[in-house]
Design a binder for this molecule. Sequence first.
Ligand code: ZN
Length: 375
Amino acid sequence: MKINVVQGKFVDENTFVSISNFLNRLFSKSLLKFEFHSTDYFMLNNFEEGYYRDEILKKIKLEEEIVNLGIGQTFDYFFNEIRNERMLLDINPSELVIYLTGEKNERNFLGWIDEEMKNCFINTMIWKYIYDDEINVIYPISYEIIGWSLRTLMFENPKELIDNIHFEKTTCLMSYCEDVREHQIKTMTASICPACSDKLASKNVNKLIMNDVKNSFEDIRRFIWNRENQSLYPTIQIKSTNGKIQFLIPDYGDIIIPMEPRYITLYWFFLKKNLGIKLSDLKKYRDEFVALHTIVNNSRFSKEKMTQSIEKLIGLSTDPVYNGKGEISVVKSKINSAIKKIIITNINQEYIISGEKMAPNKVLIDRIYFTDLNE
Ligand SMILES: [Zn+2]
């Protein structure tokens, strides 16, 4: 069975690629196959966060009238978007499309599906309100992608699905979560109740697929709730994915550390230099930086452009409007905060670039935890 996952509006690329890495790895040997379709629809969401905060945590049931005066898109709006994407991407009509979207829907549902059970959307924006900041949204979104794939195997249409939703127990995949924060209970138990398991069995859902799904739920549970017990020191990998050089953490499900090219160049440089270097001495390594930066940018730009970008970074720029200080401190702190968002426990101190201004700066981890797949 093949499932198409499409990057819709306001879904940023790092999140999308991380989800694709994660699910492809969980299901690498499965009969359940995910195909990911990147688009370039990402734009900054002008969603006013605080304003809706309380409102979006509560779902408006299907039989209830919408009282929020039309804030958010209708379900039909999303289904039309998906049908358009289906045509543009030339997806077989018999295949399921799961469309990820950062746009709010008027009922605050985490996701929903059309009458044919072929076009499904999942809200990617809401998770940060449901889970702690430290939990990366790719895990609950992946849970929902798998969940919706299963629901299409269990039910013929949304009505049958509604008739089988559990309003009491909140532990099963099929629980309703009127307060969307109850989603946490689902991922914490990672369970499918006996009634739902029977339903799946009665639909002759392949046992191997069911097994893979159960294992994937277990992995997601671990990634969300037992991060501290993860392999103590995760390995950081640098490699080219989707034509871009990026840092990934395979132990965390191939999650990408979101960094822009200059950050990648600087962090890569420090990972190569075990002994550390004073920030003021970085100027001596200009050519090495330019070479790395050219690789990071896939040789898309001229040497001149790469040199300019590096000279600004390490404080060699002769640009008249430039203040001569170099952007190094800012870039260093941006790199460090990106790393701390992904590696949440104290060991992150060993992964960041550390050191006082005048002392050598370095990344402390033993380099057995760094794999350079680009060499
Ligand atoms: Zn159930």
